[in-house]
Design a protein around this ligand. Sequence first.
Ligand code: DOR
Ligand code: ZN
Length: 375
Amino acid sequence: MQPTTKQHSQTVKAQLTEFSIRRPDDWHLHLRDGAALDHVVGATAKQFHRAIVMPNLKPPVTTTDMAVAYRDRILTAVKKSNAGSFEPLMVLYLTGATTPAEIEKAAKSGVVKAVKLYPAGATTNSEAGVSDLLGQCSDALEAMQKHDLPLLVHGEVTDSDVDVFDREAVFIDRVMKPLRARFPGLRVVFEHITTKQAAEFVRDEVTRDSSGRLLLGATLTPQHLLYNRNSLFNGGLQPHWYCLPILKREEHRVALLEAAVSGLPQFFLGTDSAPHAKHLKEMACGCAGCYSAPYAMEMYAEAFELAGALDTPEKLELFASLNGPAFYGLAPNEGRITLRRQSQTIPANLPFLTDSGIVPFRAGEELAWSMVDSD
Ligand code: DOR
Ligand code: ZN
């Protein structure tokens, strides 16, 4: 079990024993494809009604036709899982070859909700990504601004001379600020933010379009709200705490948690649940990604409670169920979920592809909350 942070040891004030909120959505998720998709999609569908599905497959989802076909495969997998209703919201993978015509087609499809920037070499399956955003993709960005298709940003520079723990902060100055100056009407989500600098940038850069919608938002993962970088080295190397962008110092975790519980409309839930088989995490050169989907809402409830923000569930509902739809111009879900203060232990392993299975994030740990109902 990972050590507690200072906040973990604070006296818990809230006495809430059960609460229900509108059914939440996951605004940043990896579902993979084929048999892997079959194994993981049910876990998300039990917790969330919709998810923004990342396009970093092999080959990447670079066209509207590919996104439509991938969506069909996801819906087939959902049916097989018997997990109930789930709506995948699709994303195109931005490359230097993405054309304005493809952007227009995507925007008009009703299926594609955003375009994802992977800086080349930044993370899993990012080889086809972009090395010079404004140099390579200006026409596509112009079209996205015109057709109101948001850009989702993996916000890290990849220059080898920049320390891995500084890559997000450097990205703000080198890429994010020039991007926003050049395309002030482009809607941008700074995905899975991990630093105080990113949290402050998104908090303070409040701009809106003519209909009052925010132009800049950010998603936050459970691991970055609950853990700092010590967790990577707790008694030895901990591969299941390794994700990208990597966990940062405690001061950053505190700033991220403050942003999440602030109720501010620009911050919303995105698990970045990223499944990799056990043997591919526990190896020399293991893969980046935490498989948090099966217990995501329980972990977010824990984070909010540790921040003293769960006396009532309104703040969690804003973060998990209301701010995201408002940013994307969608209605919030009608259904509800109920969480009860009822402990449960995260299994050591879950079925996934081969016999090695998959190790869920925080395997073996006890959670204080359990999701007991969802409709
Ligand atoms: O840790 C991560 N895993 N970060 C990413 O950006 C990609 C993801 C994956 O696809 O495994
Ligand atoms: Zn991701």
